[in-house]
Design a protein around this ligand. Structure first.
Ligand SMILES: *Cc1c(COP(=O)(O)O)cnc(C)c1O
Length: 387
């Protein structure tokens, strides 16, 4: 079955749906049993994966969402968490122990770095940040106690690509578990597990949910062993997504392919147009032919998202404020992946260790939504003129 078909037909639930196309929202803390044998029976066998026992241990809606994402990721199984960030923190903490060392790309999402530096250090877990372009050279950073390799491509805010198959192969050769934050491409445009990565992470908040109205995370594992380890850990920590959010995320997933396709087409058109403008220094978007990550993107990815960086010629933040504050369609805000266009401005440099951004004092980030791209370009054109 092709991915687009799986998006529609997986995770549709079983007898619970009583005829409705969508599995109804299963709001529950307590799950009642008809008799004592039924109650005790719920805990027989592998209750983590087969029986609903209690709201905090997962509802039908969480299971359905997990099944659908696992199918598109082509993984052994998925685990749903309360946010994209908790998908990262739960995956990492489930796989690392005191005394372990981990390698994380320097282009990683900021809150992931904060978790490594401010939380994992308290548990005696050390992180080294590596240059995203290191490729097979990663082996020179492996230590005897290196247990995990964390990837994210393109990188947060600066959009560096990584040689994912080379990194994953090096990790596997040394028995190191590899994890990738794949939120930008979604499993439709890149499948980490098919490229040798062990654990794929999605901030479902973004393109999966797709409507800017919830936060949720998904961890998908390549093997049964990893899936159990992560699922047990998430349950032990009590990290749980509510059934309403699981329902909405699954509803978003059904239309993700058409949304992404349209948003990517618009983003490419707008990025190409912007890259020709005099006010623009550089557009950071691997699908553009002159992007430094283009060759890797073209080799490994099946499409692009609708999120890219924009470095302007001006170093005057007041001029940027004139541009941004007057925009009619682009709204100012963090996050992305919804149906609406957004713009955010980030002060540089970022807290990085091996790769600092020196080209401009700030970077814009644009998320292209489902509006007509001609309207979006007109909005941006007027904004560039206000610079
Ligand atoms: C947004 C984001 C996250 C975190 O997701 P939340 O649901 O907002 O916690 C993780 N990784 C990346 C790359 C993101 O963009």
């Amino acid at each position: 079955m092709k991915k687009d078909t799986r998006l529609i037909h997986q995770g549709r639930g079983g007898s619970e749906e009583e005829g409705s196309v969508n599995l109804p929202v299963h709001r529950a803390s307590t799950i009642l049993s008809a008799d004592l044998a039924g109650y005790l029976g719920r805990f027989d066998g592998d209750r983590r994966f087969h029986k609903i026992t209690y709201g905090a241990n997962g509802t039908h809606n969480a299971r359905a969402l997990a099944d659908a994402v696992a199918s598109v990721e082509e993984g052994h199984g998925s685990v749903i968490t309360a946010s994209g960030l908790s998908a990262v923190t739960m995956a990492l903490s489930s796989l690392l122990n005191q005394g372990d060392h981990m390698l994380v790309t320097d282009s990683v999402y900021g809150p992931t770095r904060r978790f490594c530096n401010d939380v994992l250090t308290h548990y005696g877990i050390e992180t080294t940040y590596y240059e995203p372009a290191i490729g097979a050279g990663i082996e020179s950073l492996f230590r005897d106690n290196t247990r995990a390799l964390f990837l994210e491509a393109p990188g947060s805010l600066t959009f560096e690509m990584q040689d994912i198959p080379a990194l994953a192969a090096a990790a596997r050769k040394h028995g190191i578990v590899s994890l990738m934050d794949n939120t930008w491409a979604t499993p439709l445009y890149f499948q980490p597990l098919a490229h040798g990565v062990d654990v794929s992470i999605q901030a479902g908040t973004k393109y999966i949910a797709g409507h800017s109205d919830l936060v949720i995370g998904v961890i998908t594992c390549a093997s049964e062993t990893l899936h159990r380890q992560v699922a047990d850990h998430v349950m032990a920590w009590g990290d749980v997504a509510g059934p309403d959010d699981c329902y909405l995320a699954l509803r978003g997933l059904r239309t993700m392919s058409v949304r992404l396709q349209r948003q990517y087409e618009s983003a490419l058109q707008i990025a190409q147009w912007l890259s020709q403008r005099d006010e623009v220094k550089r557009v950071l978007f691997p699908p553009l032919a002159d992007d430094p990550g283009h060759a890797l993107w073209q080799r490994d990815f099946a499409g692009g998202a609708s999120l890219f960086g924009l470095a302007l010629q001006t170093t005057d933040l007041d001029a940027v404020a004139r541009m941004v504050d007057g925009l009619a369609l682009f709204q100012i805000g963090s996050s992305w992946g919804g149906f609406e266009s957004l713009l955010a401005v980030n002060r540089m440099p970022l807290a990085r260790e091996v790769l600092s951004w020196t080209e401009t004092p700030f970077l814009l980030r644009l998320h292209i939504g489902l509006e007509d791209p001609a309207d979006l370009m007109a909005d941006l054109q007027a904004g560039l003129q206000r610079l």
